[in-house]
Design a protein around this ligand. Structure first.
Ligand code: AKB
Length: 355
């Protein structure tokens, strides 16, 4: 009785944290393009007007502030959460404890809210969480090169605070989905994966490349930075060696894959964490493709040894077979197709209209 009364009073919502970031931009425009009118978005900073217009409501809120989240979410029945708020790998190394607070405490807050709402309404709350290739860690470049493609469970010894945070949050998500309060008298047993109050799903993103936005604070940023600099007619000093190789995909592919995972029937998911990626070029190979489209581009390689070490600790390729088998993930583009069909047409248009 109490549940349905609450359900009537509270509006159903899909809740997005860190909505002002690159993934948030893509996710909000895709969801709103699909006709979702229940998007409730939060960020630490004011969201742009164009994003606000696509949401039912937007709020300034810190994921570390549990009281603020409680006050906000008391107004909604949250059905689904896309928890995007995070401090990325480069920025996290400048303030590791702050990163831990945002990346871990913020995630615990979200998982706890999902568990509480799931119990209150008697329906699991779906929490979709982007993890990252930063969850991996190779001891040496020679080992990385020798190993090649990695599955979700190998070489998970991250060397960055961000990677440690992401890997731990994957485990926390699994805990909330399957074992939360397992000894409490009133616990909802999670040993049956369809019954836990939190339905946690996680994609490990590779580096992401968007034609619309430029990342800040990441270590895979050299590829999008190189492309955007060329499109703006600016020279670019790449902070890793030409032979540095990690996996990438375009932003629309990442958003589509995330939504595809979110839509998959829960009983068809055999794991909590899924690798996704489309291509694995070296920085030098990307520079060559950039120069095909922007022949005037000036790209030099001036490695920053410390950021280089982070890139060298990340895998050069991901084994995405679990995502393919369980929920039909398929990359849309090769590197060349990504440039020809998405990146170059969109970026050229963007810089023509906003010089
Ligand atoms: C970063 O570079 O920190 C991110 C990531 C690979 O997760 N883009």
């Amino acid at each position: 009785m109490e549940q349905s009364t609450l359900g009537e009073r509270r509006q159903p919502a899909v809740f997005i944290t860190g909505a002002g970031g690159e993934v948030g931009h893509g996710l909000i425009s895709t969801l709103s393009g699909e006709g979702r009118s229940d998007i409730v978005a939060t960020d630490l900073r004011d969201l742009e007007q164009s994003l606000r217009e696509q949401c039912a409501s937007t709020y300034l809120a810190d994921v570390c502030d549990r009281d603020a989240l409680d006050r906000l979410l008391a107004m909604y029945q949250v059905k689904e959460i896309y928890h995007l708020a995070a401090v990325l790998s480069t920025r996290a190394e400048l303030a590791p404890e702050v990163a831990h607070q945002v990346n871990v405490t913020g995630t615990v807050n979200i998982l706890q809210i999902a568990a509480e709402q799931g119990r209150m309404y008697g329906e699991p709350v779906k929490v979709v969480f982007p993890s990252s290739i930063a969850a991996y860690g190779f001891g040496s470049l020679a080992q990385k090169t020798k190993v090649g493609a990695v599955t979700e469970y190998e070489y998970c010894k991250p060397s960055t605070m961000y990677g440690c945070n992401k890997l731990y949050c994957e485990h926390l998500g699994r805990y909330y989905a399957h074992s939360y309060r397992q000894l409490a008298q009133d616990s909802v047993q999670g040993d049956d994966k369809n019954r836990g109050v939190v339905d946690f799903r996680c994609v490990r993103y590779p580096g992401l490349i968007s034609a619309e936005t430029i990342p800040t604070g990441g270590t895979s940023d050299f590829v999008p930075e190189m492309l955007h600099a060329a499109a703006r007619g600016e020279a670019y000093k790449c902070f890793v060696r030409e032979d540095s190789r990690i996996p990438f995909m375009t932003m629309p592919e990442a958003i589509n894959a995330t939504l595809q995972l979110a839509a998959a029937p829960r009983n068809e998911l055999t794991q909590i964490v899924y690798n996704i990626a489309s291509f694995s070029p070296s920085a030098g190979e990307v520079a060559e493709v950039v120069k095909q489209y922007f022949p005037e581009a000036i790209i030099t390689f001036e490695p920053d040894q410390r950021r280089q070490a982070i890139v060298d600790s990340w895998p050069e390729e991901l084994d995405c077979s679990a995502a393919k088998d369980d929920w039909g993930f398929t990359p849309t583009y090769t590197l060349e197709q990504a440039f020809e069909e998405y990146l170059v047409p969109r970026i050229t248009k963007q810089y023509e209209s906003t010089p």
